[in-house]
Design a protein around this ligand. Structure first.
Ligand code: NAD
Length: 249
């Protein structure tokens, strides 16, 4: 049988067809899951869900808005009946130096990655507690670990490091409910977030710093989400899975 037969997985920020979220949605459907893609209206989550097939749904939701997260979770429970997996994938980045970060920049970046992870987790945990099972996968970043990314600013590193702490705390708090919470820290993955933004003169140096010698593909992250979402990882909680081609060795 498939790894996620009968399971329902929610993916935030999953509507971009070239993004990590949509690649994850595809791989989870291949393992039998029904999917709810949540994203901003402009990203067309219903259109993305239609690409996956008729048993999947797409809902407009803004993860920075608690009422929007709660409404999305209620609608998913109404339409799909349960929530087994949450992938906190929505995130934005901004190339900034420390002295250039405005309050508005800080709010924008922290709100999507960190506040959004909290609000969506709050929205699905009660259903997972009732089921006595659930897997929450949070997409952090290598930027959290190496203090500065290739493209994100310090506020992005802070937001993604915050996600690691939040996830570990939730893992500790909800272990007794059999809700697992784990993180993935992707390195440089080819998606729209960085498309065309890697300066040509830095490209060789960046590749040199990656032992596997290449930039990652969305499916490299998606495969690890499948592992953390499924019972293959049923004794893993509070872990951080690095998916970076060896960048931190
Ligand atoms: P992406 O820009 O394609 O995906 C981000 C998605 O989040 C978009 O669909 C966007 O519409 C959505 N989003 C933004 N604000 C939102 C909000 N308020 N509510 C709901 N959805 C919102 O980029 P991606 O590379 O696929 O990024 C996915 C995740 O992976 C992000 O959290 C990103 O920080 C993280 N990440 C990416 C890389 C990389 O190299 N691509 C590396 C490390 C971490």
């Amino acid at each position: 049988s498939l790894l996620l037969d009968g399971k329902v997985a929610v993916i935030t920020g999953g509507a971009g067809l070239n993004g990590l979220g949509f690649a994850t949605a595809r791989m989870l459907t291949a393992q039998g899951a029904r999917i709810a893609i949540l994203d901003l209206a402009q990203a067309n989550p219903a259109g993305a869900a239609a690409e996956l097939g008729p048993q999947h749904i797409g809902l407009v939701a803004n993860v920075t808005d608690k009422a929007s997260c709660d409404a999305a979770a209620a609608e998913i429970l109404k339409q799909l009946g349960r929530i087994d997996v949450l992938v906190n994938n929505a995130g934005i980045t901004q190339p900034r130096k420390t002295l250039d970060i405005t309050g508005a920049d800080y709010d924008a970046v922290l709100d999507v990655s960190l506040r959004g992870t909290l609000y969506m987790s709050q929205a699905v945990i009660p259903a997972m507690q009732q089921q006595k099972s659930g897997s929450i996968v949070c997409i952090s970043s290598v930027s959290a670990q190496r203090g500065g990314g290739i493209l994100g600013g310090p506020h992005y590193s802070a937001a993604k490091a915050g996600v690691l702490g939040l996830a570990r705390a939730m893992a500790r708090e909800y272990g007794a409910d059999n809700i697992r919470v784990n993180c993935i820290t992707p390195g440089l993955i080819a998606t729209d977030i960085n498309k065309g933004k890697i300066p040509e003169d830095r490209r060789a140096a960046i590749l040199e710093s990656i032992p596997l010698g290449c930039i990652g593909e969305p499916n490299d992250v998606a495969g690890c989400v499948v592992f953390l979402a499924s019972d293959l990882s049923k004794y893993c909680t509070g872990v951080t899975l690095d998916v970076n081609g060896g960048m931190l060795i």
